[in-house]
Write a protein that binds this ligand. Sequence first.
Ligand code: GLN
Length: 198
Amino acid sequence: MSGPHIGVLALQGDVREHLAALRAVGAHAVPVRRHAELESVDALLLPGGESTTMSLLLRELELADPLRARLADGMPAYGSCAGMILLASEIADAGAEGRAALALAGIDMTVRRNAFGRQVDSFEGDIEFDGLDEPVHAVFIRAPWVERTGPGVQVLAEAAGHPVAVRQGPVLATSFHPEVTGDRRIHRLFVDIVTGQA
Ligand code: GLN
């Protein structure tokens, strides 16, 4: 099959929905659970789910260091919700010691876990997204927000006064879940980043 080889980190969470969305926009999408699979893909999508559980599994499967290394090496990545948390360089409210969410440092930013969740567990709304003509219907589920961005980080969308979509070079992150709405524009943007067209 043609199209870039994009892995979906398949430890827990919205794996199937992201595989389907990536395939719908022309990527060759495969689940990634092992080190060899991680090494074989051009890019990686980190899905929503629970960042502390994914971090536990990343440690157990000895994937955390290889993943950090690939990100440091410039591998394109996209993280949604829990995936955004994992891509941060710093996490506020990371969880209990010993099972805290891991910051894999794909983007120079501080992300607060469950930031919206303190007021309301989940909500949705239409938000402006830089580079897209029509607003995105964004679904937030116990979502994080971005509290600090480094100088190289572009803010693509905001909600409640905080960045909820950011990009640094080939790494993209959203607080919300584009895989649940049928709108493939965010997945298309990621594929365009991977192929050097965006
Ligand atoms: N609150 C979750 C976490 O801390 C993220 C929720 C989600 O991915 N929908 O990982």
